[in-house]
Design a protein around this ligand. Structure first.
Ligand code: BTN
Length: 272
């Protein structure tokens, strides 16, 4: 059987709009079949004057990217790959790394009933397997933030068992719930939650983000680029004791000293 995959759009914009309850997040939607990365498309549209909250959604990415220069697998039609264009205040820009993963967790719960958790700094997980991720890119104009692009990848109906490399560390909503889920609903509920958290007081954001972290109380190993010598990696190991108001991780080393690690270019391994 030959199916013309281009005949029907894979995502129903009308259905999505009927589920969206926001006043600005996702009200301008740019839905594309194939892109390199939605991050780059979003940046271009922002330059052309796209409004705050505009979303770029793609069915497939050829060069989907993750944090730390990693690749983000983006097979066609099964998952959600989107970027939100924002013109944030300094305060909101600082909170975005908490707001975005929080919105995914709440959106998924609302849309599918699945209760995910967060691995510091912003991986969305189900039982220690990765289900979603967030990538934030921002631009300053002088000292003021001019633009932020929040990229999110959510494994909705993807079957990671095909990919032996990934199946040990990744999962999807379909795999965990046993049923294919409506991507329109997952996106709408995630954006509904995103707008709510974006408008919430920072203390509420911090409290909710902290309460969903599985990292606290765990023995962890954190790698990050050394500041002094370019290209070198520093590793810190210890007990993840706390997070600060800005989302940094407070680690208690074996010798009893403590170190605070900002949630920048870090990679973290935890026991769970
Ligand atoms: C991570 O490393 O956990 C972050 C993954 C972010 C992936 C999303 S998919 C949509 C957007 N476009 C990209 O190229 N990356 C982000």
């Amino acid at each position: 059987v030959v199916v013309d995959v281009n005949a029907e759009p894979l995502f129903s914009q009308a259905r999505f709009e009927s589920l969206l309850g926001t006043s600005w997040a996702g009200r301008e939607l740019h839905y594309l079949a194939t892109v390199g990365s939605t991050m780059d498309v979003a940046r271009g549209l922002a330059g052309d004057g796209a409004r705050h909250g505009a979303v770029v959604l793609a069915d497939e990415q050829r060069q989907g990217r993750g944090r730390l220069g990693r690749q983000w697998l983006s097979p066609r039609g099964v998952n959600l790959y989107f970027s939100i264009i924002l013109r944030p205040t300094v305060d909101r820009l600082r909170a975005l790394a908490m707001i975005a993963p929080l919105a995914i967790v709440d959106g998924l719960r609302q849309a599918t009933g699945l209760a995910c958790t967060l691995k510091w700094p912003n991986d969305v997980q189900f039982e220690a397997r990765k289900l979603g991720g967030v990538l934030i890119e921002s631009e300053l104009a002088g000292d003021e933030p001019a633009l932020a692009i929040v990229g999110a990848g959510i494994n909705v109906n993807y079957d990671p068992s095909h990919e032996s490399e990934i199946s040990a560390i990744a999962t999807s909503v379909m795999k965990e719930t046993g049923t294919a889920q409506e991507r329109e609903l997952v996106l709408a509920e995630t954006l509904n939650a995103f707008e709510d958290w974006y408008e919430a007081p920072v203390a509420a954001v911090q409290g909710a983000w902290r309460s969903r972290l599985t990292t606290l109380g765990q023995q962890v190993r954190v790698s990050f680029p050394s500041r002094v010598e370019e290209g070198l990696t520093t590793v810190e190991e210890g007990l993840a004791e706390d997070v600060t108001a800005h989302g940094s991780l407070v680690l208690r080393r074996a010798d009893g000293s403590s170190v605070t690690l900002p949630a920048g270019e870090v990679s973290l391994r935890q026991e769970a």
